[in-house]
Design a protein around this ligand. Structure first.
Ligand SMILES: [Zn+2]
Ligand SMILES: [Zn+2]
Length: 526
């Protein structure tokens, strides 16, 4: 999950599909610093499925390390990357600054940002845009086409045709796949044939409620909040979810299901993203096009208050009227949403509506998982508000959606790499695809290599490649775990000793002896 990137090699040509940043915890984010295997200087292209940071976030880092090739994507993706990468650079700078404030006092060496806003800005000169549906030549014997993925504005499925030993092979990258029937943008395109597919699996084991049901649920929440003069807080990704929420709330007001109440869009990034939506009407679906040509812009309603500055953002909390606050980040880990959560999580009458994916290790995930308190700005905040999770607004297809999309393939020997999901989920989906479609499926590990076509493919059977691959971090995370368990044991022992309790049960002694023996064996073997 997160950090999507696939390196493709053919002869001396190397290119990436996506170049995402890892998000969700220190250990995972450490990976963002180790890009050596990509060899930035030797890469010719990055084919970019869409602008989300978990797909595009390391492009500036790659440019910083010497990438001088082309980043190829749709126009809307480029426009969105302009604001999103700069925002990401800004976050990196802030984080380093914060660490330095803490670190200096602790005598630590200076932290540097992963990349800066300037790096992000510089990386934009390497972007080159293509139109949906247009097949173009990437290099000799390699053709590429971008198709609608229905996930966010500008998002694409990427098809790659490669001539290999006189034969044509086709690779497909699903990117992140959206749902059919979501507002504003077009539905995902179907792909009917190919040899190898990389399929996302974010919600590979989940079933979303239908959009209509979800819209009704949101309506009820908003109505209840209005009845109790309370606020609804919606953490939302700045791109797509925010615009979809604007669209839906606008619909409530247009249909007079709710009175006119203030709707705060408190995220400078969401404001810029909304502007970009307005600039790219060619990506809209028929319904939105029709509204537009009828003179109505569903992204412009009088109730919406865009708050750009920090002062305006703070002033929201002085408005005691019932209202709705949509703010980023979508996973509650950074940004202005944290201030709003601090103000509202502890209030019984407030409503928090979670509409997007919450990665493991994030504040949003803890709230969804039912934490009694969460830590914000160094303070424990009680979770008393009503917490709602509305899956139907997801930008990702659920299991049913993914299988429905796959069912359009008519080419039986398809080989499917299942990526971009938590391992358990990817594995479950993999099993299901094998049973349902009899496709060959693989859940690749981070940095696993595979020879797809040609001589090497025969020499390196898939089983062997999978077995032999043990990521370095498996070891380090095990060691860390061992370390933590040991420390916890010591702490317990100390505590019990203080209390005067008798811990020295013969049962424990026997277990400890066994563990000790095992560790000694391991030590001498290593
Ligand atoms: Zn995405
Ligand atoms: Zn993604």
């Amino acid at each position: 999950m997160t950090g999507s990137a696939t390196l493709l090699e053919r002869g001396s040509l190397k290119w990436l599909v996506d170049c995402g940043m890892f998000q969700g915890g220190k250990e995972l984010e450490e990976r963002n610093w180790h890009l050596q295997p990509y060899q930035a200087k030797n890469l010719s292209f990055i084919l970019l499925t869409h602008a989300h940071i978990d797909h595009s976030g390391l492009i500036p880092k790659l440019v910083q390390e010497g990438f001088r090739g082309k980043v190829i994507c749709t126009k809307a993706t480029r426009d969105l990357c302009e604001v999103m990468l700069e925002d990401s650079g800004h976050i990196q700078e802030m984080e380093a600054e914060w660490q330095n404030r803490k670190g200096k006092r602790a005598g630590k060496k200076e932290a540097i940002p992963l990349y800066t806003m300037k790096d992000a800005e510089k990386s934009l000169q390497y972007f080159q845009t293509v139109n949906y549906g247009e097949q173009f030549q990437l290099a000799n014997g390699i053709e590429v086409r971008f198709q609608d993925a229905g996930h966010i504005l500008g998002s694409a499925i990427i098809e790659i045709w490669i001539e290999e030993g006189g034969e044509e092979k086709k690779l497909i990258f699903s990117g992140d796949l959206g749902n059919s029937g979501q507002p504003i943008i077009r539905d995902p395109s179907w792909v009917e044939e190919g040899n190898v597919l990389w399929l996302e699996s974010t919600y590979g084991n989940r079933f979303h409620k239908s959009r209509e049901e979800t819209v009704q649920e949101l309506l009820k929440i908003v109505q209840e909040a209005i009845a109790h003069e309370a606020k609804v807080i919606i953490p939302a990704f700045a791109v797509e979810r925010t615009q979809e929420i604007i669209y839906t709330l606008g619909q409530f007001i247009r249909e007079r299901s709710i009175p006119s109440i203030p709707i705060y869009i408190d995220s400078p990034l969401a404001i810029s993203a909304t502007e970009i939506f307005k600039r790219n009407p060619d990506c809209f679906d028929q319904e939105t096009q029709a509204l537009l040509s009828g003179g109505e812009n569903p992204l412009e309603i009088p109730e919406i208050k865009y708050t750009q500055t920090a002062e305006e953002s703070k002033a929201i909390n002085e408005d005691s009227r019932p209202g709705i606050i949509v703010s980023a980040s979508g996973m509650c880990d950074s940004g202005r949403i944290q201030h709003h959560l601090k103000h509202h999580l502890w209030r019984n009458e407030s409503h928090i509506v979670i509409i997007g994916y919450q990665a493991e290790g994030t504040t949003g995930r803890r709230i969804v998982d039912g934490a009694k308190t969460v830590r914000l700005f160094g303070e424990e905040i009680a979770v008393n508000a009503h917490i709602h999770t509305l899956g139907g607004f997801s930008a990702h297809a659920d299991q049913k959606g993914l299988l429905a999309w796959l069912s359009h393939f008519s080419n039986p020997p398809l080989e499917v790499f299942i990526n971009h999901g938590e391992e358990k989920i990817s594995t479950e989906l993999s099993q299901l695809i094998r049973e349902r479609f009899h496709f060959k499926t693989v859940v690749p590990q981070w940095r696993e290599k595979k020879v797809l076509f040609g001589e090497g493919a025969k020499e390196l059977p898939e089983e062997r490649a999978v077995e032999e691959f043990i990521p370095e971090e498996s070891f380090s995370s095990l060691f860390n775990h061992l370390d933590r368990t040991y420390k916890r044991l010591r702490r317990k022992l100390k505590r019990e000793k203080k209390r005067g309790d008798d811990l020295y049960d013969p049962k424990w002694l026997k277990q400890l002896e066994e563990i000790n023996k095992k560790l000694e064996e391991l030590d001498s073997e290593l």
